[in-house]
Write a protein of this length. Structure first.
Length: 86
């Protein structure tokens, strides 16, 4: 389950992103979660990229989703919210 509000607070504290960029990033992680349910593992992005719904997106949108996934993974790691495959 994506923790959007806490993720936004974390982005405000740990990045210099504007509120607009923070809102966009939160929307993108929700979009990725709609394509493939969030799993805090090293392989999430790999499996997301294999989903047809992801593959048909434009290069730009795929790149934005990848960045959001990496930021959300950093957020969960900083909070100890998940387990990462070793």
């Amino acid at each position: 389950m994506i923790q959007t509000d806490e993720f936004k607070r974390w982005l405000r504290s740990n990045t210099e992103y504007s509120d607009a960029v923070i809102g966009d990033t939160a929307s993108r992680i929700k979009r990725a979660d709609n394509i493939l349910n969030w799993s805090d593992t090293d392989t999430y992005l790999f499996y997301l990229e294999k989903e047809h719904e992801f593959e048909v997106l434009s290069v730009s949108v795929r790149s934005q989703l990848r960045r959001a996934v990496k930021l959300y993974a950093a957020y969960t790691a900083s909070k100890g919210l998940g387990t990462v495959d070793k």
